[in-house]
Design a protein around this ligand. Structure first.
Ligand code: NAD
Length: 470
């Protein structure tokens, strides 16, 4: 890791731990350029990749009768993971950890109230190491703030565990390689928990794409547009120690690309027949957080006087080696309705999910399909996962059911010794947009090369198939 990266990281961790904003730093105007807050942006030169590792493309591991889980991070996301995982057949939650003791107690109450054996409780800052070191755990399932994702996942794999980790699983290029190198060295599964790949329309359009409905898909668009200003500035009951706001002070680019990118990358066969080649990225200046802070806390508040590096709208375009493009946007600080766009465009037609689900196909692709034709197509290409587990998933909930489908399929694959739907190469390729978009933004949108994390395995790999749980 480069020294300025270390400094940036140390400073972030310190701020996150103390919960204090970097006070007294000047911002010249809401509509002027936000001055840097004295912290060098991370540089992300391509590290030399390892050479002796064995590929984990298509990795199959020993089937597990029961998947014994260590769950780390029990905040907003992790507490819901406890609820969902208890409802997946063949799981046992052995140990739980959070630095907030109340979260641990509340999670264990959920477990015992549901009639299961209480999990072992951990609440020390580095107790996740103790959990990873245990020999009665198969899977480390992690829902912590971003900067812990790679360190915990790497430690877990080095201690023989499979690792599943929330998004984004890596925020620097070095971390992307650390995940790849460790998975290859240890031959353990790593899966980023990109739940949006399992949403109903995304699965549906994947099935249509595999069946040639859109022809050859050469362009797609995705996004994470979600007004999170209220949550970012929430002092109690929001993100622990306001970690997401702290990250926004230090970084620009697209810090959260995978919800939009994951589903379309799978549809387009990225890392399986094609791969990302380079990206270019631009951001607006930052307006939203400062304006929000002024209205909520006043002109003399530290929140208003604080500089935030994260531009409101980031637009990144990724170009693939086969000449295809993906446009990815990120905006969590503007007053707009939620959108992940999910637009795919091929030689025979297109589909889009936001703001309304629509499909247009040749020979009349000038117009969107009428409701009856649209409904018939959706029914015809309903994905087997939606057919098999969709109803239960909707009852269990978690973003309308997609979270449960993801958990169910992860556990199913581990219990049956199957390759996982998303592997470490997907995680690295999707997450490297975090540092590389920032680098491009800071270089006036200049293009930045994207490494081949698969070390050439993408050429022979087959696109992710239409999977089932039967
Ligand atoms: N996939 C999705 O749809 C989705 C939705 C929300 C959040 N997320 C991701 O989930 C992760 C958690 O987000 P959140 O909203 O739950 O945030 P949160 O702040 O509510 O939860 C993080 C938890 O990690 C705990 N933690 C911090 N340091 C720890 C340590 N050393 N050991 C153990 N626990 C520690 C915190 O106390 C907190 O309870 C983030 O990566 C976020 O991006 C994903």
């Amino acid at each position: 890791m480069k020294s300025n990266e270390n400094n940036s990281r140390r400073r972030f961790l310190k701020l996150a731990a103390s919960g204090s904003a970097g006070l007294g730093l000047a911002v010249n105007s809401v509509f002027g350029q936000v001055l840097p807050n004295g912290i060098e942006a991370e540089t992300t030169e391509l590290p030399v990749s390892g050479t002796k590792q064995k590929s984990v493309m298509g990795l199959c591991c020993e089937p597990l009768k029961t998947v014994r889980i260590g769950l780390i991070g029990l905040g907003m996301r992790g507490s819901d993971a406890v609820r969902r995982l208890m409802q997946v057949e063949g799981t046992e939650i052995i140990a739980i950890a959070d630095v907030v003791e109340k979260n641990v107690k509340d999670a264990n109450k959920q477990i015992t109230d549901a009639g299961f054996k209480a999990a072992l409780e951990f609440s020390g800052d580095e107790d996740w190491k103790k959990i990873c070191e245990r020999d009665d755990i198969d899977l480390i399932y992690q829902c912590t703030p971003w900067l812990l994702h790679t360190p915990i996942s790497v430690y877990a794999m080095k201690h023989g565990k499979h690792a599943a980790c929330e998004v984004p699983s890596a925020v620097t290029l070095q971390e992307c390689w650390d995940l790849v190198n460790t998975a290859e060295e240890t031959q353990r599964h790593f899966m980023m928990l990109e739940n949006c790949c399992y949403d109903f329309f995304e699965l549906n359009t994947l099935n249509m794409a595999r069946n040639g409905v859109f022809g050859d898909i050469y362009h797609a668009e995705g996004a994470y547009i979600h007004d999170l200003r209220w949550l970012k500035f929430m002092k109690e009951g929001g993100y622990q120690n306001m970690w997401r706001l702290e990250y926004s002070k230090l970084h620009t680019g697209n810090p959260y690309p995978t919800h939009g990118l994951g589903p379309v990358a799978q549809i387009m066969g990225i890392n399986r027949g094609d791969r990302f080649d380079y990206l270019t990225s631009v951001s607006t200046n930052q307006f939203g957080m400062t304006l929000y802070a002024k209205e909520k806390f006043g002109e003399n508040s530290p929140e208003y006087r604080q500089a935030y590096k994260l531009g409101d709208m980031n637009t990144t375009i990724v170009h693939s080696l086969m000449g295809k493009t993906i446009m990815i946007q990120h905006d969590t600080t503007s007053p707009r309705p939620y959108s992940r766009i999910h637009r795919i465009s091929g030689t025979k037609g297109m589909a889009a999910k936001w703001p309304v689900e629509q499909i247009a196909l040749e020979p009349n692709a000038h117009e969107f399909l009428k409701k009856d034709d649209f409904d018939a197509l959706i029914k015809k290409y309903e994905h087997p996962l939606a057919k098999q587990i969709g109803e239960k998933a909707k009852k269990v909930g978690g973003h309308g059911g997609m979270d449960f489908i993801m958990d169910y399929r992860l556990i199913y694959c581990l219990r049956n010794g199957l390759p996982l739907d998303q592997d470490v190469y997907d995680a690295a390729s999707w997450c490297c947009v975090v540092p590389l978009s920032e680098k491009s933004v800071l270089n006036r949108g200049n293009s930045i090369d994207i490494p081949d994390f698969t070390r050439g395995a993408w050429e022979k790999a087959e696109p992710w198939p239409i999977v089932t749980i039967e």
